[in-house]
Design a protein around this ligand. Structure first.
Ligand code: ZN
Length: 296
């Protein structure tokens, strides 16, 4: 959950500039993470934006998203970006792109979920109008935005999780929320991205977590791993979900994505590699760890 910490509150007091920017340069990669204020409810300018090339965040979201409403909390400037400097290839993670993957109302699977939810509340007729024909759970299968010509191709390679369990120095760490919604007090939907950079490589987890109280839990995870010196990034996607009645676990567990994830049946998965132009020949780096909480 994104309860603002002290630093977060400081950032909210100066909403005009993204302040929580952290960067690390390592082995030809530039890693940047930025945390900033929540999306406002109305246009940020006194005279509402008219120039389509120069919109405020609010008007940009309205223009780019075909949704009747957006999550309660959207962080338009929270971004994680990984740039491979020699090639210009990279990946970025942003709330706008994640929300562009939300169904605006056509796919059957989402409607089925809405029906279940409605059925679970048939004793509360006022809920009826809430089950709008768009995906009110904001489910997204977003896997990050590739840029600079980087392309994905399917692969049999998998991330070596044993390697990731090794104890290594953490040179850079960031955990940022892209959006969050309390589903009108009927659960939670949250999309966040985390990165950790170690001397040997980096690992990213982009997670969409949904809990509709008494109905279902769903987790869409995208994991990316790059080992420095290799010519690819491995990207794995998994979609897991279960009806809560099938889980038979204590309620407290349902609020912990890390715990519940292991109990959810796998519904879909893909494995891809993102190919870099050539292997970096640089030796493992000598860098000084930076304080991830240090503002510039
Ligand atoms: Zn505006």
């Amino acid at each position: 959950m994104s309860v603002p910490n002290q630093a977060g509150e400081d950032k909210l007091s100066q909403p005009q500039k993204p302040t929580g920017l952290n960067e690390l340069n390592i082995c030809g990669w530039k890693v940047s993470s930025c945390e900033s204020h929540i999306l406002k409810s109305k246009c940020e300018n006194e005279v509402e934006c008219v120039d389509a090339r120069n919109l405020c965040s609010v008007c940009l979201y309205n223009q780019q998203l075909d949704l009747p409403h957006i999550p309660d909390m959207v962080f338009p400037d929270n971004k994680l970006s990984i740039l491979h400097e020699p090639s210009g290839f990279g990946i970025e993670f942003s709330a706008l792109r994640a929300l562009q993957r939300v169904d605006s109302g056509k796919r059957d699977v989402k409607i089925a979920c809405a029906e279940e939810w409605k059925a679970s509340r048939s004793d509360q007729p006022h809920i009826e109008h809430e089950a709008k024909p768009f995906d009110w759970t904001f489910t997204t299968d977003y896997k990050g935005t590739l840029f600079g010509g980087l392309e994905a191709e399917s692969s049999h390679l998998h991330i070596d999780l044993e390697k990731l369990k090794r104890r290594e120095q953490i040179l850079f760490y960031s955990d940022i929320t892209l959006f969050e919604d309390e589903l009108h007090d009927n659960g939670t939907a949250i999309c966040s991205v985390k990165i950790r950079v170690m001397p040997t490589g980096f690992f990213i987890l982009l997670r969409y977590f949904l809990r509709v109280d008494n109905v279902l839990v769903r987790i869409n995870d995208t994991r990316l791993y790059h080992e420095f010196g290799t010519a690819h990034i491995i990207r794995e996607f998994s979609g897991r979900e279960s009806k809560i009645e099938d889980l038979r676990v204590p309620t407290a567990l349902l609020t912990d994505p890390n715990e519940i994830n292991q109990l959810l049946p796998l519904k879909s998965s893909t494995c891809e590699i993102l190919k870099l132009p050539s292997a970096s020949s640089k030796p493992p780096p000598e860098v000084t760890p930076i304080d991830p909480n240090l503002n510039p």
